[in-house]
Design a protein around this ligand. Structure first.
Ligand code: MN
Length: 357
């Protein structure tokens, strides 16, 4: 049964949180020990949060119970910041598709849960350990060790507490990874961050390798990145306080979320929906400027019956795997998303504006 999903973490002092983590992680580690090879599965198209979380859990297993763990993912890493992060922090990753899961005795899942649709683990494979900050999924209740804390800005902050609770030394690589996860996902603590994230961010900062952090946050971008910005500006439509962009084909999936963040910078805008086609999928991203719009719930309504989605109050995502790749069918789906979004924001009858030179 889930241990942390109901805790009021924002009000619980660090010492009390750590006590809970100490007892939970001791039992979990004891269970994992000598059970066979460990695999850590992160979500598709990994982001800094799941990469840092995986590195932290791998380090916990190595230092505390002397067990190696394989980190596996699906999809791709296209965003330059994430590619550089995985490369210079030397985060070892294996494609899930080539992993023989029957060889593993322990299956862990980070920053995603069974049944969410954003990881590629065969649903028939039981998951033993789930650590995440997204809303608890029904299927997670069947897992042996579940630590789901929705009040945390990032899963990496939860893993940071595992390291603290177990007296694991956090070297500059690990510190940089966790720090960047908090920094990028919460936009330097401004978005969806709570007390535990602020504590972790401040405590890790002195140990962060500032040169590596600079390299991650200021990567060179491929020309396609700039093409994408131009297309986003060309294709976006402004419906009063809501913005919608159908990016059509994108060169890598994370661009859809990045452009939603970009458009949310527009004055007076309260909600942005972006979607684009990548590798036979329609990738969807939703951003809101106020928590009461609840992006996570809204995106579920947008994809209802046609796809999967979920997320937090201010940021959410989803995807549709179309039954047919016929252009007419795709544009019907895009129209459905558009109509539903405009109904959500009450802009069905608003004449859209575009950005003109
Ligand atoms: Mn996350």
């Amino acid at each position: 049964m889930p241990l942390f999903s109901i805790l009021p973490v924002d009000t619980l002092p660090l010492e009390e949180r750590l006590q809970l983590v100490i007892s939970f992680s001791a039992q979990m580690l004891e269970w994992v020990r000598n059970r066979g090879k460990i695999i850590i599965i992160i979500h598709d198209n990994p982001d800094p949060d799941c990469l840092a979380s995986a590195l932290a859990l791998q380090s916990l297993f190595a230092k505390k119970i002397q067990e190696d763990a394989t980190i596996a993912f699906s999809g791709m890493i296209g965003r330059s910041e994430n590619l550089i992060m995985a490369g210079i922090l030397d985060i070892p990753l294996v494609p899930l598709e080539i992993v023989d899961l029957s060889k593993y005795g322990v299956v862990c899942m980070l920053d995603t849960q069974p049944g969410t649709g954003n990881n590629s683990l065969d649903p028939a494979v039981p998951v033993d350990v789930v650590i995440d900050h997204h809303p608890l999924q029904t299927k997670s209740r069947d897992c042996k060790w579940v630590d789901v804390r929705v009040d945390y800005g990032v899963t990496a902050t939860i893993l940071y507490e595992y390291l603290l609770a177990n007296d694991i030394e956090i070297d500059s690589i690990l510190a940089t990874a966790i720090f960047y996860a908090i920094k990028s996902d919460t936009q330097d603590l401004g978005r969806e961050a709570n007390l535990p994230d602020r504590e972790a961010y401040l405590k890790l900062f002195p140990t962060v390798d500032k040169q590596l952090l600079y390299q991650i946050t200021n990567p060179r971008q491929p020309v396609e990145y700039f093409t994408t910005i131009r297309r986003t500006l060309d294709y976006c439509r402004i419906y009063g306080t809501a913005v919608l962009v159908n990016m059509q084909g994108v060169v890598f999936p994370e661009l859809v979320a990045e452009m939603a963040d970009f458009l949310l910078k527009m004055e007076n805008v309260e909600a942005v929906l972006s979607f684009g086609e990548y590798s036979k999928e329609l990738v969807i991203s939703l951003r809101t400027s106020t928590p009461d719009m609840n992006a996570g719930e809204m995106v579920k309504r947008l994809v209802k019956g046609v796809g999967v989605g979920g997320g937090h109050a201010l940021m959410a995502g989803g995807k549709i795997c179309p039954a047919s790749l016929d252009a007419g069918f795709i544009s019907e789906l895009e129209k459905l998303l558009t109509d539903r979004f405009l109904a959500e924001v009450g802009a069905e009858n608003v004449e859209p504006l575009s950005i003109k030179l």
